[in-house]
Design a protein around this ligand. Structure first.
Ligand code: HXC
Length: 258
């Protein structure tokens, strides 16, 4: 399939989506997001794909929502048109998404990375929420997901000043990203992890994603109950039987994703 603002290709069992508006530092215009949602949806429905990697260029993962496109929008029109409503689609994708962030992840770019399940950063990555400097506020999770990721004080400092950014090392130390790699190796490293995930039992992979995400939505007791019920259900699968038998028989499991 061919897109205008993104590239989508498969690498084995991994769907690789590359944001590709280099002249605008991958600013997230409406059409780009429509294409991104379409590509993610296609991979979610493709039984040959087990995990997705989302990346940008070495200079920018994404420099935010498209400021030029949104600057003249009006409040009630935004409400009526549900401006940015389709940005949440990515959170409905059931397969894991690894964000491979090189360069700028600012505003909506940082928020997009935080909607993914794992973030790897290139060593020159920059994370920030500069919206306050544009006379607005984060609108796609910057005040919420960032706070959960890095804690209140740092999230406040970033969102309130708009100019306190995190470099890759700080982002790793604070837990926003799980790994920092040299910029040129980042995408391959993310694909390597994605490939590992894609070769495990896919129903189990998706249950884990669902359960971890529930930890943001539920009180602990309800989250633990949710997890236990899924755990019980895994014993109805062939992959649980195969995985545990293989361990007992000292061989490698062969999962059938059922
Ligand atoms: C539209 C953008 C853009 C953006 C960069 N460009 N970011 N266009 N929206 N968010 C365009 C520039 O206008 C310029 O176009 C080209 O990309 C290259 O950018 P430069 O500024 O020339 O590059 P550089 O000097 O290297 O500076 C890089 C930068 C800067 C520090 C990242 O571009 C910047 O500050 N961008 C805006 C970052 C930001 O405020 N993001 C938050 C957006 S608000 P021309 O045509 O001049 O070459 C947001 C709200 C989210 O995300 C709310 C809910 C989702």
């Amino acid at each position: 399939s061919s897109y205008t603002h993104i590239l989508a290709e498969t690498r084995g069992k991994v769907g690789l989506v590359t944001l590709n508006r280099p002249k605008a530092l991958n600013a997230l215009c409406n059409d780009l997001f429509v294409e991104l949602n379409q590509a993610l949806e296609n991979y979610d429905n493709d039984p040959n794909v087990g995990c997705i990697v989302l990346t940008g260029s070495e200079k920018a993962f994404a420099a935010g929502a498209d400021i030029k496109e949104m600057k003249d929008k009006e409040g009630i029109e935004n409400y009526k048109n549900n401006f940015l409503g389709h940005w949440t689609h990515i959170t409905n994708i059931r397969k894991p998404i690894i964000a491979a962030v090189n360069g700028f992840a600012l505003g909506g770019g940082c928020e997009l990375a935080m909607m993914c399940d794992i973030i790897y950063a290139g060593d020159k990555a920059t994370f920030g929420q500069p919206e306050i400097k544009l006379g607005t506020i984060p609108g796609a999770g910057g005040t919420q997901r960032l706070t959960k990721a890095v804690g209140k004080s740092k999230a406040m400092e970033m969102c309130l000043t708009g100019s306190v950014n995190l470099n890759a090392e700080e982002a790793e130390r604070l837990g926003l990203v799980s790994k920092v790699v040299p910029a040129g190796e980042l995408v391959d490293e993310a694909i390597k992890t994605a490939d590992k995930i894609a070769n495990l039992s896919q129903p189990m992979v998706q249950m884990i994603k669902e359960a971890v995400n529930q930890s943001y939505e539920m009180p602990l007791s309800a989250g633990l109950r949710f997890e236990r019920r899924l755990f019980h259900a895994t014993f109805a699968s062939q992959d649980q039987k195969e995985g545990m038998r293989a361990f007992a028989e000292k061989r490698k499991p062969s999962f059938v994703h059922h």
